[in-house]
Design a protein around this ligand. Structure first.
Ligand code: IDP
Ligand code: MG
Length: 140
């Protein structure tokens, strides 16, 4: 199967608790390769743009507040079936519903402060990776 890429974000609740290394270990143990990574503090405009698909949802404003409440680590993950594989490693959006051994089950604080983002389709993964990284930053 061809290699695929997905966008991951380690969210402010996780950077605050110094969990970047633990989350990266879960990613690498799953066979995904971190091919690009940087720590950023998103502006309000950047958070609103990134989550634009959710702008009609009742949680949109709170989500943008949360995502700008501290630094995030944005990363591109590469591997076979990377999009679906990372969704499995992350677990369900609500940690109460997340499977044992997933990042969200073990680290998330709430349905909002759920420690990680992962793209939901290969098409969105391309758009989201390009939102944060230029081609020259992706060395494979
Ligand atoms: P996902 O991150 O599992 O793909 P989405 O439905 O795309 O979940 O929602 C994006 C983010 O919005 C979630 O990761 C979470 O931080 C937040 N969110 C989703 N649903 C709720 C909710 O019902 N209340 C508060 N925040 C939510
Ligand atoms: Mg989503």
């Amino acid at each position: 199967m061809a290699k695929e890429r997905t966008l991951s974000i380690i969210k402010p609740d996780a950077t605050r608790r110094n969990l970047t290394g633990k989350i990266n270990a879960r990613i690498e143990e799953a066979g995904l390769r971190i091919v690009a990574q940087k720590r950023l503090w998103l502006s309000r405009a950047q958070a609103e743009k990134f989550y634009e698909v959710h702008k009609e949802r009742p949680f949109y404003n709170d989500l943008c507040n949360f995502m700008t409440s501290g630094p995030v680590v944005v990363q591109v993950l590469e591997g076979e079936n990377a999009v679906a594989k990372y969704r499995d490693v992350m677990g369900a959006t609500n940690p109460a519903n997340a499977a044992q051994g997933t990042i969200r089950k073990d680290f998330a604080e709430s349905i909002e402060a759920n420690s990680v983002h992962g793209s939901d389709s290969p098409e969105n993964a391309k758009i989201e990776c390009a939102f944060f990284f230029s081609g020259i930053e992706l060395v494979g």
